[in-house]
Design a protein around this ligand. Structure first.
Ligand SMILES: *Cc1c(COP(=O)(O)O)cnc(C)c1O
Length: 361
């Protein structure tokens, strides 16, 4: 095996090594079938077991019971920007959106394209999306409130969700799902593209409270209705079988190797603290997000001398540390510390950063 690097990619991102090894070990002969998982029917008992186990693990890890439906969809988190207003926002109602960066803005735009009435009730655009808005007043009659729980590009994260009273919260949790325990009570729906914290690209997890399904209009295209997939165990048509299988293994790893989301959060906090503490002490680097709102998952930072950033990223890669380039829309640097990136990787990063600072500072 070639040497694996310390992987700080923002998405698709690192997967746990034991999961990759398990995929490799059973790839040619999946659980005694004489076929790989990519070759078996999605209508087979073999695949049923995979998808049902994945669903069960999602509900167990997040502690939600029978009142939520787990769906595996395609089209990425981006298609959810469209499906949410299509399914959950009647034409004579409004929905509240909080704009905390590019992904929120895209969600807002899709709802507007559908001709829906969207109220942007708060935004952090005035300070370049470096913080999470506080003390937001919501419209009493809003159909839902949409937030982005972790802002992958700007490195901010809601540490406490806003109190929306009886209005269901809807959240894009693409980059922090399963990174910490979550109280699902206020949420009508959460969604996540798998490729950050759950598995490979190609499948999107949607967790919808059953009463929200009552809102879905009859006259939508069949592939764009939550009810279609809820009625068919996410298999109205051929699902992304391989991606779902890998998600199942990642969830198993979270439960059986890590020991659940409280443990995962502890580890994630330790990783983030190590890096942020170093950034806070240094004059050479600086974090870009407000301290109280910074993300445990995506640490965004700049070099005080921005002209050194390119060299920093190149030399990091030469030293086995990959994926540290900031998003092309904002520049700078970003270390994504998803669940599969372990403390050892962060220690290696911090020691490289110290060495780089000694050499160029
Ligand atoms: C990556 C990302 C998306 C886009 O996901 P796709 O699956 O590529 O559509 C949306 N929202 C957030 C918060 C993300 O991090």
């Amino acid at each position: 095996m070639g040497k694996r690097i310390y992987n700080f990619n923002p998405g698709p991102a690192a997967l746990p090594l034991p999961v990759l090894e398990e995929i490799q070990a059973e790839f040619l002969d999946f659980r005694g079938s004489g076929m790989s998982i990519t070759e078996v029917s999605h209508r087979s008992a073999l695949f049923d077991e995979v998808i049902n186990d994945a669903k069960l693990r999602v509900t167990r890890l997040l502690g939600c019971g029978e009142d939520h439906e787990v769906l595996f969809l395609q089209g990425g988190a981006s298609l959810q920007f469209t499906m949410i207003p299509m399914n959950l926002l009647p034409d004579d109602q409004v929905a509240d959106y909080v704009n905390t960066g590019s992904w929120s803005a895209k969600a807002i735009k899709e709802a507007q394209i559908l001709g829906k009435e969207v109220k942007v009730v708060a935004s952090s655009e005035d300070r370049d999306f470096t913080y999470i808005p506080k003390n937001i007043i919501f419209n009493e009659n809003a159909a839902y409130v949409h937030i982005t729980s972790n802002n992958t590009i700007r490195g901010t994260q809601w540490s406490r969700y806003p109190d929306t009273g009886n209005i269901p919260l809807v959240s894009d949790v693409s980059s922090d799902i399963m990174g910490r325990p979550m109280d699902l009570a206020p949420f009508g729906l959460i969604y996540a593209g798998a490729q950050k914290n759950l598995g490979p690209a190609g499948v999107t997890l949607v967790l919808i409270r059953r009463d929200m399904l009552d809102r879905v209009p009859d006259n939508l295209p069949i592939m764009l209705k939550y009810t279609t997939f809820a009625a068919k165990n996410s298999m109205f048509n051929t699902p992304p079988c391989f991606a779902i299988y890998v998600v199942q293994l990642v969830l198993k790893w979270l439960e059986e190797t890590i020991g659940g989301l409280a443990k995962m959060e502890q580890i994630n906090k330790e990783k983030a603290a190590l890096l942020y503490n170093y950034l806070d002490k240094s004059e050479f680097y600086r974090g870009t997000a407000d301290k109280e709102d910074r993300s445990v998952m995506n640490v965004t930072f700049r070099l005080t001398n921005e002209s050194l950033e390119q060299v920093f990223i190149e030399q990091a890669l030469a030293n086995g540390l990959g994926g540290l380039k900031g998003h092309r829309s904002v520049g700078g640097c970003r270390a994504s510390l998803y669940n599969a990136t372990d403390l050892k990787a962060v220690k290696a990063l911090v020691s490289f950063m110290a060495e780089f600072e000694r050499r160029y500072g």
